[in-house]
Design a protein around this ligand. Structure first.
Ligand SMILES: [Zn+2]
Length: 79
């Protein structure tokens, strides 16, 4: 059922934990749920995610990829 899912980066972070990595079923049906890979919260449906991805300029997507990478580092104030 949900064993076959693909991960992707969402411009809009998870409302629960702020994570940008999402997963959706490989079938990508428009009403399939998009889930946070970190806390498994259902963020939105795939058709909505697709629209958000569509509207996001490429440069912004690249910026978000950097954010995702940065978020994986331990967050300390004395960097
Ligand atoms: Zn989350």
């Amino acid at each position: 059922m949900s064993d076959f899912s693909v991960e992707f980066r969402m411009p809009k972070g998870c409302p629960n934990c702020g994570n940008h990595m999402m997963k959706v079923s490989q079938a990508k049906q428009s009403d399939d749920g998009v889930f946070c890979t970190s806390c498994n919260t259902e963020v939105c449906a795939w058709d909505q995610a697709e629209r958000i991805l569509d509207e996001t300029p490429r440069s912004e997507s690249e910026q978000l990829i950097e954010d995702v990478i940065n978020n994986k580092k331990p967050d300390s104030d004395d960097e």
